[in-house]
Design a binder for this molecule. Structure first.
Ligand SMILES: NC(=O)c1ccc[n+]([C@@H]2O[C@H](COP(=O)([O-])OP(=O)(O)OC[C@H]3O[C@@H](n4cnc5c(N)ncnc54)[C@H](O)[C@@H]3O)[C@@H](O)[C@H]2O)c1
Ligand SMILES: O=C(O)C[C@H](O)C(=O)O
Length: 358
């Protein structure tokens, strides 16, 4: 008996059996992958997304949430550990995206080929007492290698970098792409969305509002004093006492440490980060689709200050970043914060650049 695609029963069973064994598909190479993608026929057309570090604390919920995103037609899950299990699990979700797993460096190129968006949460997280910069020695090399793969296999992809220290890993990525001759500053974004998510939550708590009604712009970078919430630009407009502004700024700057301490050695924010990463990735995909007025904060190549990278609001479109917005009017407290942020950021950016160019 044939199905509605004109496929015979024997072909159908062979296709489904092949799908059940991701490694078999890998071994079969392109024809196997192509057959798996046929499954997407019933689903909506969409974008191809790869998650590098998909088996981790962020990677797993992020993979699950991206499988639920109707803009995604193909989801590639890459890690150096445990992708067969994560992929098998997630592939049973009855949503449109076709999921494929890739394990280890020898499968990185297949994981990346043809991707529109690559999200990178690969790398080690903090333990109590550590700064994000303490992760540099391990994560810098991981991000460098993964970006070399992107330059080779999907140089036009939008790249979302989550791995810390973001203030240094984004400059590393830029240098790798420059060296490969593929650098497009419109396509490289450090994910600072969690700072915005936290800021909206904490500000709403103080004001007694629904966090979904609050929009805080958070600029600078993604570590300590480089995280600079611009509370004076809050939407809806509200004024804070200097005590409230100091309390909120400090809580937003230390949100990551708050989670690291609460997890007591078991890692850093994963669930709220996966939520924030999906919010950001979805915005990138809506931009690629051509939606108007998709505006989010991100740590990007920038000329809004004298530093080569800075987080501010950006407008996302068909080419990635279409516009980087200026910081806008700030009060005295925020201007002082900006000077501190820039001082620390300059060193972190330079550290990333010199690592990648040495
Ligand atoms: N940007 C942000 O706002 C933000 C928020 C939270 C965490 N982070 C950062 O995200 C990173 C990941 O955090 P996590 O909690 O998911 O850590 P985790 O240890 O739970 O997961 C990391 C994953 O990366 C994988 N990995 C390691 N080396 C790899 C490589 N070379 N290629 C591919 N995968 C590799 C590991 O196998 C693991 O599955 C950390 O650096 C953390 O500091 C950033
Ligand atoms: O704090 C961390 O180390 C992880 C992340 O950068 C966060 O802000 O939660």
């Amino acid at each position: 008996m044939q199905n509605h695609n004109g496929e015979a029963a024997s072909q159908r069973i062979a296709r489904i059996s092949a799908h059940l064994n991701p490694h078999q598909l890998q071994m079969e190479g392109k024809s196997g992958l192509e057959r798996a993608y046929c499954r997407a026929k019933g689903g909506s057309p969409g974008f191809k997304v790869a998650i590098l570090g998909a088996s981790g604390g962020i990677g797993q919920p992020l993979s699950m949430l991206m499988k639920m995103n109707p803009l995604v037609s193909v989801l590639h899950l890459y890690d150096v550990a445990n992708t067969p299990g994560v992929t098998s699990d997630i592939s049973h979700m009855d949503t449109g995206a076709v999921v494929r797993g890739f394990l280890g460096p020898q499968q990185l190129e297949n994981a990346l080929t043809g991707m529109d968006l690559v999200i990178i949460p690969a790398g080690v997280p903090r333990k109590p007492g550590m700064t994000r910069d303490d992760l540099f020695n391990i994560n810098a090399g991981i991000v460098k290698t993964l970006c070399e793969g992107i330059a080779k296999c999907c140089p036009k992809a939008i790249v979302n970098i989550i791995s810390n220290p973001v203030n240094s890993t984004v400059p590393i990525a830029a240098e790798v792409f420059k060296k490969a001759g593929t650098y497009d500053p419109k396509r490289l974004l450090g994910v600072t969305m969690l700072d915005v998510v936290r800021a909206n939550t904490f500000v709403a708590e103080v004001l007694g509002l629904d966090p979904r009604e609050v929009d805080v712009s958070v600029v600078g970078g993604h570590a300590g004093v480089t995280i600079l919430p611009l509370l004076s630009q809050l939407k809806p407009p509200c004024s804070f006492t200097s005590e409230e502004a100091a309390y909120l700024t400090s809580r937003i700057q230390n949100g990551g440490t708050e989670v690291v301490e609460a997890k007591a050695g078991a890692g850093s924010a994963t669930l709220s980060m996966a939520y924030a990463a999906v919010k950001f990735a979805d915005a990138c995909l809506r931009g690629l689709r051509g939606d108007a007025d998709v505006i989010k904060c991100a740590f990007v190549p920038s000329v809004v200050t004298e530093l080569p990278f800075f987080a501010s609001k950006v407008r996302l479109g068909r080419n990635g970043i279409e516009e980087v917005y200026a910081l806008g009017p700030m009060n005295e407290f925020e201007r002082a914060g900006l000077e501190m942020a820039k001082k620390e950021l300059a060193g972190s950016i330079e550290k990333g650049v010199s690592f990648a160019t040495k």
